[in-house]
Structure formats: C-alpha cells, structure tokens
Design a protein around this ligand. Structure first.
Ligand code: LMR
Length: 402
C-alpha cells in the first residue's frame, strides 16, 4: 500500500524550518515560524520556567494518568488568566477547561466537538488566517468559509468588510476569531470594535471560537484578553483555545487549553462531557509536564510577577524590531513605507511582499518567510537587521510584485 503514496506537500510554516535548517548559508535569516528570539538570535528559556522546573524536580511526583480533561487547578488558572480572578463567569461556574496538547490540540478538540455535536455548523475564518486552521478544521470535517478582515492596501483592519461579512453569516455557524495579535496580519480590533463584533455575533446567533495563542505578546496579559472579555458580555456561549507556546516559551512541551463558556453550570457540565468524549477518542488524556510549569508559575505571586516582567521585555524587544525595520528601510531609501508595522501587535506582520519576492529572498539571500509574505518580527535582531533590510530593498527593486 505504501508504495503507491506520493509525497505530501510540505507544511507552509513548519516545512520552512526544515528547509532553513538544511540551508548551509551562514548568514541565513529565519522569519518563518513564530518563535521569539532574543538579541542573540536564540529562543530563550524563560527564567520563571526554569525556576518552576527546579521546584517540580525537587517535589517530584509519580506520573500516573491525569484525568481526561487534565488538571483542575491548571484549568482554573487558565480561566483566571483569560477572564480575571474575580470574573462572575468563574463564580457562576459557567466555565470548564480542558488541558490540551498545545493550542493546536485545543483547536482540534474544539473542531471535533463542534462537528460531532453540531454537524450542520460551518466555520468562518478571517481572511487571511493561520495556515494550520485550514488543516485542523478540515480534518475535523467542518466546512470552511471566510469573512473579510484585512485591507492589504492600508495594512489595517477592513472594518466595513468585516462587519458586513459577519452580518451575512447564517445563524448557528461558528466564527473563528483571534483573541489578540492576529496571525498573520498583526492587526487587531480596538475595544470599541470588539464591542460591535460581540453585538453582531449575538444579534445573528453566531457561535464564537476564539484562538488565543499570544496572550501577553500584544499590550499585556489582561489587555490582550480584553476582546474576549468584551465578547463574553454579549454572548452566553463560546469556546476559547489557549496556547502557552509563545507566552511561556514552552513550544515543545505542547501546553494549551480549551475553555468552554456556557450559559449555566449545568449546560457547561453537559457540553464538557462531550469535550471529554472527544479527548478520550483522540489522545485519551493530556501530557502533564508543561501544564505543571504553567500552573506553578501562575499559582505563586512572585513567579507570576516575574513572568509578567519577562513578557514586558519580550514585548519591548519586538516593538523595537518593528521600529528598527521601518526606520532601516527608510534609511536605505526604499520607497515603500513600512511604518504600518509599528502599530501592529504580536509576532507577525504581513509585509506585502509577493510569493515571487518571498521565493527570491529565500533562494538568493537565505531569508526565510512564509509564502504569504508573513514575517515573524520576533525573529529579527539588531544584528541581522542590516542584511535583512538590504535583501528586502534589493528584492523590491528587482522582482516585480506578482
Ligand atoms: C506560527 O504561526 O508560526 C506558529 O503558530 C507555529 C506553527 O505551528 O505554525
């Protein structure tokens, strides 16, 4: 059977990392996969993660199975992170959280839950969205459609298009929203716009599924949850998929969570029973270690404060790179104005470079970015900036936009 198989296409994001690793060019630059690097170009181990791991090692526990939905304390910590400790949603027991293998695991559980329980529901993505959303929800069996989101001409939110798009979605469908730091555009709605989005979703009986993979990478841990908190004022139900890959630097530990928001304690319990059935059939129960780290950091005031301070440094560095890139391109006399990047949030920006230009940069300069022109700003450093900007200036001057 296996003899008949052709190669599957490489993943547009993780496939790039494989190609980057093989590239012998010593000056190669990786702006592909969303990994934060420090000034040295290295992905740092968070100090707080190291401290939590030391603590866990000292108090080593046996490794029996976790419950299907993982640790209850971890789930509670996640809920507080999303909605704040004093949220009435917690007091009213309207939340249930499952510990999942990464944000992608949470998305897949959400997809399987939605498709098995609500087979008629379709899912709507922002155009554009994270490439892997297509793989996950297609594999779960959902029909995928798109609503307008981004205006490439202005590099900003296509607000009128977004609203009109949401209003046209039939009742009972699912709308996938990025909680903050939209991937790939870096463009988020303002609080007033979130309010309007919540109103429209409620009016049209649409079900929000929020992907929250960068909490703390935009303006702050609480600030970045503001959109979700606003939505929850308008909507009695939603699903939230959290990832702790970026904001704790726990990429390879696969730490995530799926939070169900329901109208009552009872409805939450019933919905969660189906989520657990999906998990049991999928990976049975979650891996423990990464979530233990997150739980340990969030449970202790000192560690939590230190973690937030680490995020301040990260946000500051990414912001500096946004500014330095725009300024260096200007300095090099490039006509295109990249100052739009300065106001964007999170790791990514859509550079506006065409697929041809992206291919040329990879081939000629060993500069790697996603085919859509998405750049991981968090992969830029003061050291690689000059070479990067020279390469981008050259491609802009020599390769036409396709
Ligand atoms: C990205 O978008 O680069 C990250 O979310 C990593 C991934 O899995 O694609």
């Amino acid at each position: 059977m296996l003899e008949t198989l052709p190669m599957a296409p490489a993943d547009p994001i993780l496939g790039l990392t494989e190609a980057f690793k093989k590239d012998p060019n010593p000056n190669k630059i990786n702006l592909g996969v969303g990994i934060y690097v420090d000034d040295e170009g290295l992905s740092p181990l968070f100090r707080t993660v190291h401290k939590a791991e030391e603590k866990l090692w000292r108090g080593a526990q046996p490794k029996a199975y976790l419950p299907i939905s993982g640790s209850v304390e971890y789930g509670r910590a996640v809920q507080k992170l999303i909605f704040s400790a004093d949220s009435p949603l917690i007091a009213d027991k309207r939340l249930r959280t499952a510990q999942t293998p990464g944000g992608t695991g949470a998305l897949r559980v959400a997809g399987d839950f939605l498709h098995t329980r609500f087979p008629k529901a379709r899912i709507w993505f922002s155009n554009p969205t994270w490439n892997n959303h297509f793989n996950v929800f297609e594999a779960a069996g959902l029909e995928i459609l798109e609503y307008p989101y981004f205006d490439p001409a202005t590099h900003t939110l296509d607000w009128d298009g977004l609203l009109a798009g949401l209003r046209a979605i039939p009742a009972g469908d699912v709308v996938l929203l990025h909680g903050c730091c939209h991937n790939p555009t870096g463009v988020d709605p303002s609080p007033a716009q979130w309010d309007e989005i919540g109103r429209v979703l409620a009016e049209h009986n649409l079900f929000p599924l929020v992907d929250l993979a960068y909490q703390g990478f935009g303006d702050g841990v609480d600030e970045d949850a503001e959109g979700i908190r606003i939505l929850a004022r308008h909507l009695p139900e939603m699903l939230i998929c959290s990832s702790f890959s970026k904001n704790f630097g726990l990429y390879n530990e696969r730490v995530g969570a799926l939070t169900v928001v329901a109208e009552s304690d009872d409805a939450a319990e019933r919905a969660f029973s189906h989520v657990k059935a999906v998990i049991r059939a999928n990976y049975s129960n979650p891996p423990a270690h990464g979530a233990l780290i997150v739980k340990t950091i969030l449970a202790e005031d000192d560690l939590r404060a230190e973690w937030e301070a680490e995020l301040v440094v990260i946000r500051g560095r990414v912001q500096q790179m946004r500014e330095l890139f725009a300024a260096t391109m200007k300095q090099k006399g490039v006509e295109q104005d990249f100052s739009f990047m300065i106001d964007q949030k999170g790791m990514f920006s859509l550079s506006g470079l065409s697929r041809e230009q992206v291919d040329w940069l990879k081939r000629e300069k060993a500069v790697y970015m996603v085919g859509s022109g998405r750049v991981n700003v968090a992969g830029m450093t003061a050291r690689n900036m000059n070479a990067l900007c020279d390469a981008v200036a050259e491609v802009l001057a020599t390769v036409n936009v396709g």
